[in-house]
Design a protein around this ligand. Structure first.
Ligand code: ADP
Ligand code: NI
Length: 213
């Protein structure tokens, strides 16, 4: 029964994200789903809640679906159609509300929320994180890098979506901070290597950029 709901959720997000290429595509959701499940097993969290929340975590994202964002209409509608009870629906919605990063770090109140938030953040770092950052930057007409634009490490809710920055700056403004925001031991360990991958990348990028004539 629960297995079927998870399969239906997979089908639902696949269809919903069919034309989404900005870094929040189906494959992002699918990677978060797999990683969150792996973390949940290690952390002994409720696997069904983690699977469902991770699959639905971006279906009402403010950037992709601003009109359903506030009340999480897509996620609620899907869960009602699956005849899930009110308790489960409320739990999943509260996890989705708690996990997003808007310039401010919020620690989820449940272990299930912690697993999903960690998985979502792990997908923003490492080799895949690098690829996603440049996909997002291209999609938002941002420069790869501009040495005249200083980075702003003091990110707040107000300036987080500030247009006048570059993708390389995004590493300093957000991505290098994520390693220290991991909730679970499992994710902390995975984050160490992914963070190193990004640091090596930036180091090489700067070497290539600053070539002497
Ligand atoms: P979340 O997955 O928590 O909703 P975002 O929507 O902020 O995170 O970001 C989605 C992806 O786009 C992430 O991989 C993130 O690093 C990247 N991204 C977000 N903002 C920027 C930016 N200003 N420049 C480059 N990449 C960005
Ligand atoms: Ni996400």
């Amino acid at each position: 029964m629960n297995e079927n709901i998870i399969l239906n959720a997979e089908k639902y997000v696949k269809k919903l994200f069919l034309n989404e290429f900005s870094g929040h595509d189906f494959w992002h959701t699918f990677r978060v789903f797999k990683m969150a499940t792996k973390i949940a097993k290690m952390e002994k969290a409720n696997i069904f809640i983690v699977k469902l929340s991770s699959l639905l975590h971006d279906v009402d994202d403010i950037k992709l679906s601003p009109q359903t964002h506030k009340n999480k209409d897509n996620a609620v509608k899907f869960m009602k159609e699956q005849n899930l009870n009110e308790d489960i629906i409320l739990k999943v919605i509260s996890i989705i509300n708690e996990i997003s990063f808007n310039g401010e770090h919020k620690t989820p109140s449940s272990i299930e929320g912690k697993c999903v938030q960690d998985a979502d953040r792990l997908d923003a770092i490492g080799a895949i994180g690098i690829a996603r950052a440049f996909a997002y930057g291209g999609n938002h007409n941002r420069e790869i890098y501009n040495p005249n634009i200083e980075f702003n490490t003091e990110v707040t809710k107000e300036n987080y979506r500030n247009k006048n920055s570059t993708t390389i700056n995004h590493f300093y403004e957000k991505l290098f901070k994520l390693k220290d925001f991991m909730n679970t031991k499992t994710a902390k360990e995975i984050a160490i290597n992914r963070d190193k991958v990004m640091k090596n990348f930036i180091e090489e990028f700067m070497l290539e950029w600053n070539i002497e004539k």
